[in-house]
Design a protein around this ligand. Structure first.
Ligand SMILES: [Fe+2]
Ligand SMILES: [Fe+2]
Length: 204
């Protein structure tokens, strides 16, 4: 069974929510960071994330729906698990990790045999922006780390957040499977295995 329209609207609302929360966090970070070059990069980055939120909103409208409230989104779970850092050094590290995840997750959705063509086109368009988001934020994090002594501190902080985030993302995949019957991060092999276990998911 392919995902129902209602399930897709929920999932697109979840992506939309993540983009909006991402933009809101970037705005807070921009206000703290006084460097003029960072001001330019933040402005362009926020423009992208709010545009992504609009693209998901438009995709929901294409399906004839309205955005739905996302009760326990990814960022909220992440905040509960990690605590939201109050300094920009940690916020940069956390944001790099969250952007990496967004990029990987969108790629997994693109590769899912259950992805429809309209959604795939949109995911490809958005993914092209996510690459430079990771690049500039990681560069800036390393610049901050060098000013604090060495890049090692930046790398250690990234490793810490990657470990913590991976746990939260596994929980999100379980949540998604409960919600849709499968996760768009599942591979064809995972989906076939679920099928053998008597799930309703059909690949192809
Ligand atoms: Fe985005
Ligand atoms: Fe992004």
């Amino acid at each position: 069974m392919h995902p129902s329209k209602e399930s897709l609207i929920k999932l697109f609302s979840y992506y939309r929510d993540a983009e909006i929360r991402g933009a809101a966090l970037l705005m807070k970070m921009m206000q703290r960071e006084k460097d003029p070059e960072a001001q330019v990069l933040f402005s362009r980055h926020i423009d992208d994330e709010t545009h992504h939120a609009w693209l998901w909103t438009r995709r929901i409208k294409q399906e004839g729906g309205w955005p739905v409230e996302v009760p326990d989104g990814y960022q909220r779970r992440l905040g509960k698990a990690l605590g939201i850092p109050t300094n920009n050094f940690d916020l940069f590290a956390l944001t790099v990790v969250v952007e990496e995840r967004a990029g990987r997750r969108y790629q997994e959705h693109i590769e899912s045999p259950l992805c429809d063509d309209k959604t795939r086109d949109l995911l490809i368009e958005i993914s092209n922006d996510e690459k430079w988001h990771i690049a500039w934020m990681e560069d800036w994090l390393m610049k901050m780390a060098r000013a604090r002594g060495s890049e090692e501190e930046g790398r250690a902080r990234l490793a810490h957040y990657r470990d913590q985030e991976a746990i939260v993302f596994e929980e999100m995949k379980e949540f998604e499977r409960g919600w849709l019957g499968f996760s768009f991060s599942d591979t064809s092999a995972d989906l076939s295995a679920a099928n053998l276990k008597g799930s309703q998911v059909q690949v192809g």
